[in-house]
Design a protein around this ligand. Structure first.
Ligand SMILES: NC(=O)c1ccc[n+]([C@@H]2O[C@H](COP(=O)([O-])OP(=O)(O)OC[C@H]3O[C@@H](n4cnc5c(N)ncnc54)[C@H](O)[C@@H]3O)[C@@H](O)[C@H]2O)c1
Length: 229
């Protein structure tokens, strides 16, 4: 069984790939190594995975918003499941570079949905964000809360991802799970997220048989994902 992990050079993606590889699962990692934060950190993560797991780990440096490049890289590689963690992250940066969010989080997300559809994958798990709750002030947040007043473009793209995923789950019966991460922290965190902590409680709820939305409180990347994958 090969699992496609996007954003494999990212903070959460690397931790997820590490856990899967340690379990003996084959991982196909994708990342475009963009310079939102130091590329040296991303390269070190990929090098560590390659060194520790050798042939079980395949890596392709590419932009998943480029469908042709994505198809070419995946050609001849069977993919059973997708963990889509690659995205343009960050709330404040979306004020500065909105097009990066449109490209990675909208066009890129649709491309990953298309890969899931074409490959008939068993399950696609993707990262959303607690930012979809926008200005909500009723705590703790619940999956059932309205989340249609995003207060940043980043949040708007994540909400759009949820809606598009819901549509694909419904139309093509692809099991789909979205994770509304709060602040994920731990060793090796990207400089942009360092020292974050959210005391909010975690929660999870099913929305439909084929599409699930889960909220995750602040926690380490490994424990968050291993319980959800
Ligand atoms: N870390 C958190 O606290 C947190 C909170 C809420 C949501 N999230 C979401 O979780 C996911 C992972 O977050 P992270 O903290 O590991 O972020 P990260 O920035 O460390 O990792 C994301 C990775 O995706 C890659 N990427 C971005 N656009 C790409 C593209 N078009 N093609 C290929 N690769 C691309 C980046 O190079 C990066 O390595 C993201 O979707 C993020 O929005 C994270």
């Amino acid at each position: 069984m090969t699992i496609l992990v996007t954003g494999a050079a990212g903070f959460i993606g690397m931790a997820v790939a590490e856990r899967l590889l340690a379990q003996g699962r084959a991982v196909f990692g994708i990342d475009n190594m963009n310079d939102y934060y130091p590329v040296s950190l991303k390269r070190a993560r990929i090098a560590a995975l390659q060194e520790r797991h050798g042939g079980l780990f395949t890596f392709a440096e590419l932009d998943f918003a480029d469908m042709d490049a994505l198809q070419a890289a995946l050609h001849d590689h069977p993919i059973d499941a997708i963990i889509h963690l690659g995205a343009q992250a960050g709330v404040r940066y979306s004020l500065i570079n909105p097009h990066a969010y449109v490209r990675s989080n909208l066009a890129g997300h649709v491309n990953m949905l298309e890969v899931a559809r074409e490959r008939r994958v068993r399950h696609m798990v993707y990262a959303s964000s607690s930012s979809v709750y926008g200005g909500n002030d009723s705590l703790p947040f619940r999956v059932e809360d309205r989340a249609d007043h995003p207060v940043s473009l980043y949040a708007a793209t994540k909400k759009a991802d949820e809606l598009m995923s819901e549509t694909y789950a419904h139309l093509f019966r692809i099991p789909m799970t979205g994770l509304r991460f709060f602040t994920v922290y731990g060793p090796g965190a990207a400089p942009t997220w360092r020292c974050g902590y959210s005391p909010r409680k975690s929660f999870a709820a099913n929305r439909s048989p084929s599409s699930t939305m889960a909220g995750c409180s602040a926690t380490s990347p490994i424990s968050t994902i291993s319980s959800a994958a």
